[in-house]
Design a protein around this ligand. Sequence first.
Ligand SMILES: C[S@@+](CC[C@H](N)C(=O)[O-])C[C@H]1O[C@@H](n2cnc3c(N)ncnc32)[C@H](O)[C@@H]1O
Length: 302
Amino acid sequence: MIDIHFGDNLEILKGFPDASFDLIYIDPPFNTGKVQARTQIQTVRDDEHGDRTGFQGRRYRTVKVGTKGYADTFSDYPAFLEPRLEEARRLLKPNGSFFFHIDYREVHYCKVLLDGIFGRESFLNEIIWAYDYGARATRRWSPKHDNILWYAKDPENYTYRFDDIDRIPYMAPGLVGPEKAARGKTPTDTWWNTIVSPNGREKTGYPTQKPLAIINRIMRVHSNPGDRVLDFFAGSGTIGESAERLGRSAVLVDNNPEAIGVMARRLGFAQPRFHGIDAPPMAPAGDDGDLFTAKPPTPEPS
Ligand SMILES: C[S@@+](CC[C@H](N)C(=O)[O-])C[C@H]1O[C@@H](n2cnc3c(N)ncnc32)[C@H](O)[C@@H]1O
């Protein structure tokens, strides 16, 4: 079951009873000082006025179908986060885990804050999600990673389903023998995974959408089938999709109507319940790339 709540997460979190979730993952705004926005375009066949050339020299016209976004700036970021992190700890079951996804510019401040709330001994891993996509900086090393901090409410008692970890290829399979090479190895705390492809099926069009593969790994290993999972900065609902497909239930919270609209379409297959909003503002068809609509041919840039 998926529950989607519309509104400020602090007020909504206060309404949940203590110890009601097995796993909490959050990916709050990163405080970049910008507006996070993504403009979606569609291409339609137009031999007369097309501005791009595609397959077999056909002409396509670019049509702007909308922009989704939210403000990503806080004058006092720790003061915004702290009461929400306190709530997260209260809401975790005694053997629950908390995952905090953040960028490299804020992670240090957040780690100090989280150590104060959960206790240093509860900190178990800093996962580096490395993606290596996009343009390269020419005056410093290109920053191409996010940080994910893992805290267990009780560092002696938590869910870690080792056998459910997806395996990755050895870098030098010739050195380990055919059996081990075929089985692959478990990942370390550095996870290589590309970003959500701008042209792929997974794309919802919501800015800062995180890859399902990263979230599925957390879901499989750190929760059990039937568990209840919370994401109170839910965005496009990646946690909801992962939970539903892997047999967990999820509670998703966001205060942006566009996020609720994207989740309504993305998670429609799970027939979610909505709270704090009468009729979910459905993102119009075609507004979210090729996730639910037939994909138009992708033209090559002219
Ligand atoms: C980085 S995005 C999350 C992206 C998400 N992980 C995904 O895969 O799509 C952060 C989200 O937090 C939401 N948000 C920011 N402040 C909030 C608040 N006070 N209450 C609820 N949601 C909030 C924003 O609307 C945005 O959708």
